[in-house]
Design a protein around this ligand. Structure first.
Ligand code: F6R
Length: 222
């Protein structure tokens, strides 16, 4: 909210999944109460399943529409989400990366996967990775299968912003809750930065807040 007051034309990087749902509900409530103006805001989503159309109920397009965009006064043309149905993936990823560069992200919201992924940057993701098509790990497919009727229906690939793309944000807020995230939070914050735990690259960012509940922070030494 402060970011919005400071700069009405802020650029936000957004995540999907269960973690940011409370935040989106709060934004909707506060904006309705105070009639805040989001008409100049630009948003970039981290990722989208490859092969899901924007009207597929499990697509991240659909998620964002249902859980945030349809409740606020953001302009459709200011919303960027990777296109899971693109017929030229490389060209689309290059274009997405250029759009982020042209509209530098002021504030990036992140969740974290149980395996330490951010966006869909799975273990093995390099520090200099950019927007690209990736294979989802077995763990991510299994974790995300709760949103699909079977594990087989979970797409095996996704388009995601890279680590470098995420790190280009001026400020980052990483959110985590629940003991299934404790190992990931530990590796993100207390292990040396490496591709084994992609969230650990965030230690190199100079403006990041990490907000975890007791369970997610349960393995932290400090
Ligand atoms: C989603 C995303 C993922 C999730 C992560 C945690 O856009 O980028 O990195 O933030 O998988 O998911 P939840 O919040 O469902 O536990």
């Amino acid at each position: 909210m402060n970011q919005l007051i400071k700069k009405p034309e802020s650029v936000f990087g957004l995540a999907t999944g269960s973690t940011p749902l409370g935040l989106y509900k709060e934004i909707i409530l506060r904006c309705k109460a105070r009639k805040c103006d989001l008409s100049q805001v630009i948003t970039f989503n981290l990722d989208e399943y490859y092969g899901l159309s924007s009207d597929h109920p499990q697509s991240y397009h659909y998620f964002m529409q249902e859980n945030l965009f349809k409740h606020i006064d953001i302009k459709p043309e200011n919303i960027y989400i990777p296109d899971g149905m693109t017929d030229d993936v490389q060209k689309h990823c290059r274009w997405y990366e250029e759009q982020v560069r042209a509209h530098p992200i002021d504030l990036q919201i992140l969740g974290i996967g149980a395996n330490g992924h951010i966006g869909f940057n799975e273990p093995g993701s390099a520090e200099d990775s950019v927007t690209r098509l990736v294979d989802l790990s077995e763990q991510t497919i299994s974790d995300n299968s709760i949103y699909f009727s079977s594990k087989e229906e979970v797409p095996k690939q996704a388009i995601t912003m890279g680590i470098k793309t995420i790190m280009s944000a001026k400020k980052i807020i990483l959110l985590a809750s629940g003991d299934n995230k404790a190992k990931a939070v530990k590796c993100a914050l207390e292990e040396s930065p490496s591709a084994n735990c992609p969230a650990s690259w965030l230690q190199k960012h100079n403006n990041i807040d990490v907000i975890v509940d007791e369970d997610a922070g349960g393995l932290l030494k400090n």
